[in-house]
Design a protein around this ligand. Sequence first.
Ligand code: MN
Length: 419
Amino acid sequence: MPLMRSWVEAANAPDCDFPLNNLPCGSFRSEDGEPHCGVAIGDMILDVTRLEQDGLIQMEDEEEIFFYGDWTEFMSLGPAAWAAFRATVTEMLAEGAADAPGLVDYLVPMAGTEMMMPFTVAEYTDFYAGKHHATNVGTMFRGPENALPPNWLSIPVGYNGRASSVVVSGTDVRRPWGQLKAPDAELPVFAPCKRFDLELEMGAIVGVPSEGPVTVAEADEMIFGYVLLNDWSARDIQAWEYQPLGPFQSKATATTISPWIVPKAALEPFRCDTPARERPLLDYLKEPGPMLYDIALEVGLAPEGKAETVISRTNYREMYYSSAQQLAHHTTSGCPMSTGDMLGSGTISGPEKAQRGALLEITWGGKEPVTLDTGETRSFLEDGDTLTLRGAALGDGYRVGFGACTGKVLPALDDPYKR
Ligand code: MN
């Protein structure tokens, strides 16, 4: 598919994240201080909440669905409503649109506008579906013979995370305290995390709710769109707490998402297959078609007040399980899924060292520190570091981008229990 041209000139630049082909959904703080729903186009945001108030957009049979500046209710309407909305906005913003002059007043410059959480996170589940990541981490934690657990090639392994600590890009993240136990120590201590890390992931956002088991094809239909996701991870807390029930406090400090939900419709031209299987999947996990996406990803790390270094470049197509497979597996027990459920893909690492999506892997547990362009080295994150995830599906002369997913590490409190 070629670039679709818009009368918003910036949207036609080949390096712009938000051409007419994209139309991602976000929430921004409007001039009146309230959150409004917006669609990104070029360097502007189309104020959907105001368009609805003025009667220029109306979802069938729905009154003021965008009033609260949150996309959750819209996402619950399902694929037909999503397509109708997308067609309306595409027509409004296309080059040559008759009503363009009247719409200029509904555009807000992106620069200087505060982005807010675009939807209400119902629940958050995180997976472990990257084979390179699982192999690397397993090798470090359990040795090369036991790198992949016996279930890994059959099950999209996951755990139930916390919806309450999901934050939007730009939110500072404070280094947590927790139980740490050095390998040679007999007992744990309560102290600030020393091995604070990122995980480069994609988040799939469920629009249509379900009750009871769904197929992979049905699961794909339920997904509204995707965000970039940084699953902040306290590796020293994780190493001590994770057996036998998996991560708990090590993953509960914060999970940052990019502010724009890229609709699945915008990613259609970029679908690709999951890799060949070395063990056949059970029937309910088999994909009827390509369910992954070709999305180039990168991670930048900037020390306080200094220039950024890109520490990883990889691609979402490296995953072993798609989000649709993960969602289908999530329902096998009869577990109901809700509008606003978010599924983290698991860390996305490629086969090469420069393609690893976590410092744990890049520095091999801190043993091989990475050198930044500033000359400094990092084993894990330091206070004042700003991390930025970026991602885009690359088309012919255009890109479908996600915008930046950033967060800065604040120093740990002196002692969270000293009051
Ligand atoms: Mn994770």
